[in-house]
Each structure stands twice: as C-alpha cells, then as structure tokens.
Design a protein around this ligand. Sequence first.
Ligand code: ATP
Length: 579
Amino acid sequence: MNRYFTNISGGNIRNLWPSAFAAVLDGIVKVIPAALLVDLFNTYYVFIADPNKALDVSRLWIDCIILFVWLLVSYATFALLYDKSYRAAYTLAADGRLKLAEYLRHLSLGYFGKRDPGDLTNLLLGDYAQVEHTISHNVPQLITAIMLPILALVGLVFLDWRMSLAMFMAIPLGVLLLWLTDKLQAQLSRNHVQAKNEAASRLQEYLTGIREIKAHNLGGKRFERLRLSFDRLMRASIRLEGIMGPVIMGAMLLTRSGMTIMIVVGSYLLASGTLTLPVFLLFLLVGSRIFEPLTLVLMSYGEIRYSAYSAQRIMDVHREQPMQGTYSIKPYGSIVFDRVTFGYEAHSPVLKDLSFTIEPRTITALVGPSGSGKSTVTRLIARFWDVDQGSISIGGQALRDADPEKLFKHISMVFQDVYLFQDTIGNNIRIGNMEATQEAVEEAAKRACCHEFISQLPQGYDTPVGEGGSTLSGGEKQRLSIARALLKDAPIVLLDEATASLDPENESAVQQAINELVANKTLIIIAHRLKTIQNADSILVLDEGRLVQKGTHSELILQDGIYANLWNLQQDSDGWQVK
Ligand SMILES: Nc1ncnc2c1ncn2[C@@H]1O[C@H](COP(=O)(O)OP(=O)(O)OP(=O)(O)O)[C@@H](O)[C@H]1O
C-alpha cells in the first residue's frame, strides 16, 4: 500500500498529504448529517412513543441550525478537497512529466535502444494521465470511503456491538476477494498497458514510415501489423473488463450484504427483546449511508489497480542508473583510446581492444568497411555510451568520470541524418547556442552557406520547419546542422559522413561550410569518400572493430591493406556511369 502511494506520488508521498488531509476533513464533515439524523430521529421517537411528552422544539431548532452551518462547512471542505486534489494531480503530472523527460536525458543512449519510442511517449502522456486521474478522483474517494465506516463504527459500537459486527462483518470478505484476485488484476492491467503501448507504437511507426510504405507498396502488410496490434488491444480490454468486472461486482455485493446480515440479526434481536426498535431503525438509517461511498470506491478499484501499474512503470524509469561523472574535461587535450572494448549488446563486442591517440587541433579520419565501428568510435567520444573495458580520456581526464553535460559543451556533432525540430529555421540553428543573437545566427548561417536559401524563404529565419525537417532538402538540412555546430563553436568536432549523400553542388557548399567549422579544432571525421580526407593529419583504418592501419594518406596508399584497396576501388567507381 505504502509502495503504491509512493509510486503514484512520484516517489514523494508528502505530495499527497494536503489532498489526503482535505479528504479526511471532508469525510468527517460527511458523517455529521448522519449524526444529526440520529438525533432528529431520537427526538421524534421520544415524542411519538410517549404522548405525555411534548416535542422538544428547541432541540429541533438546534439540529436545523447545525444542518444549515453544516451546508456551509461542507461546501468549504469540498472546495478545499477539490482544490487540493486537483492541484496535487495536475502539479504532480506536469512536474513529473518534466522531471522524467529531464531524467531520460541523463540516461545512456543504450537505454533508448532497448525501449520503443512509442512506449516512452505513452509513458509520459498516458501513464501520467492515468495517475493524474487517480490522484484527483480515486484517492479522495478511497479516503472518504475508509473514513466513513471507521467513524460510523466508532459511534455505533457503543450503541450495540452485535449490530455493528453484523453490519461490518461482510466488508473484510469483499476486501479479501479483491486481495485474492490482486495478482490476476495486476497481470490483466499489465497486459492491457502493453497492448496499448504496442498499438501506439505501431500507429507511430505507420505514420512516420508512411513515405516508405507508399514507396514500397507495403500498405497491406504494414496495415495488417497495425490491425493486429489494435485487435490485441481490443482483446486485452475485453479480458480486463470481462474478468475483473464480475470480481469487482462480487466484492461489491459481498460488502453490501452487510446490510442484509444486519437486518436479519436485527430482526432476530428485536424478536428476542434484546434490541429496541429505535436502535434498530438507527442502524438501518446509518447503514444505508455508509455503503454508498464504499460501493463507489469498489467500482473504481480497477482504475486504482491499473494506475498502480502505470505508476510502477514511471518509477521504474526513475530507478534506471543515469550516467555518472562530475569532472570537466580539458577540451584541448589529446583524445586517448586505451584498449577499448565495447558492444551494444553484452558478449558481442563491436570495438575490440582499440588503442589510439588523437592530438588536439588535428584532423583525424576514420575509415573502414561498413559496420567496422566508425560511428561507434564517435559516439563513445561523446559518451553516449560507456565502454565495457579499457578507457577513453580527453586531456588526461577519463570520460567515465566526466560530467556528460559539461562534456557535451565541448563537442559539436554533425550527424549523417539531421533532425530538425518543429520550430522556425532560426531557432533550429539556435539549438547550437540558445543565447545567440539574431546577428550571430545569421553569421553562422552565412558561414555554413545556408543564408542564401533561408533568405529566399517566405518568412526567412522565421519560416517554420516541418517535424524532422521534412520541408527541406538533404543538403539544406546538413548545412543547417553545420550552422548549429558553428554557433556552438565547440573545440571538438565529430563529423559523421556529412557529405556522403549529396549532389556535387550541395557537396561543395557543405564542404566549404565544414572547412569553416573545423578551423583550429580537433576534428574526427568519418568519410566513405577518401578523396575528402587526403589532407587529414591521421587516418585510422578500422576493420571489424579493430585498428588495422594508421598513418597519413600518402603512407597508407603505399601499404598493401584495406585503405589502398578502398582507394583503388573508389578511383575506379569515379569513372562509373550508367550505360
Ligand atoms: N544502436 C545500436 N545497437 C546495436 N547495435 C548497433 C547499434 N549501432 C550500431 N550497431 C552495430 O555495431 C556495429 C558497428 O556499427 P557502426 O555504426 O559503428 O559502424 P560503421 O563503421 O559506422 O558503419 P557504416 O559505415 O555503415 O555507418 C554494426 O554491426 C552495427 O550493426
């Protein structure tokens, strides 16, 4: 129970205290009319039972005044509960989502490789919405539903303990039934959440990949995957409701059977003369009131259980170990790989016992067949992942101890596939330096050879870019990403095949932009086209994750090895044409 509340409160149960306090207050206030009814009933009963006695009008007046004051007080407590529970729910969900998004940023990229992006989106939106609903509705309901029987029991047990026992004895049976089916409910909730996530992921995949689906005429096959996932969701929903519905209904009937038991016991006691009629009628009166909130809370039990799984999923992410490290690196030091072994999956190394040194302010090219580990080397320098064995250091400082945020201040990355945010072109460049002025943005754009095409757009730098940069060409996107990197002006630049997929005109513009970017920087470049890296200070040739050659272009070209082979192959293919 404690774990449940800790989870739904985002790890800090104190967040729920104000709304719990308001719910307790509201619960106490809700009992007052029952107590007043008891008193009114007593007053009338005394008058009716004994015609010689006058009706106690002053007592009736007092009850009426209390009832009137109660109306005002109950309005105030309800308003307080409404405010506290909704405030807690919305604040928790909004803060929680932001905190989780921030936390995700500190996890290694390996974590994202393991998880479906659709699943994470669902976690941030769907699971939080579920928890939000539980905090604003179900938790106050639950507290009130527990409060009322406890307060009533305290009052009634003094009146007649036998009737109290009869009234409340069925409640534990209802709770027992829920407890016995708890594992089943948890399993069904888990299956439902998984089916929902899968359907959302398939839908996201279908929409994101719509271009490929059309191009390869995959409509039928992909749509079938989508259909199957929605079919699974439908079946999981039916199972959840179909199995748990009768269980919850059973728990409700068991609980409510307390009323019947009490009537039977009451009638028996009445007949045997050990119970007076007023006390019996009082129990009937109170009994009819306290079972209502209990029924309500049982009806929402499914939701409470479901939200437990949502909260659990949220907390599981928070329990993931973020990347550690507090040190700042010296960005103008050498980058040293010392016997580095690394794999994305356990026991399947992609880099094997790799050692080399990259001197500051030099150009180092990474060359090798596809899949040899070139991109992996650049990702490890940026500490997207930590190495399995050996170490990487920059300026003598081990990357494992470096603060990833501080490290990234010193690194610019230009990826092969550029992601642009759904924002203006200007703001997309500003990602390199959020404080940059408009002049600085334009200056970077000019140096990256993109000012011209931006100026021709209808709203210039304020032109919105479609998600992922869908409204720009490949070359334009790459130059924008170089403008970003220029604006960042980091001392280490990691360039991943930036010119590989461009036409000659775009390539020379991008090449010019790159020359601007790397002046006086430590550049590590992955280039399939060896022509572009002939002037590199050092070329590292990788094959199956091992360093197999190292030297300058003129040195490597003379050796009988992968580099010379690749060079010769590319020289031949330069003269290739469609006949
Ligand atoms: N995120 C990842 N998760 C699992 N395996 C990966 C991941 N990224 C790369 N790999 C695998 O690691 C190996 C090296 O990949 P890497 O991208 O570093 O090679 P590369 O030399 O840059 O290839 P290319 O020239 O084709 O881009 C490949 O076998 C690849 O399948």
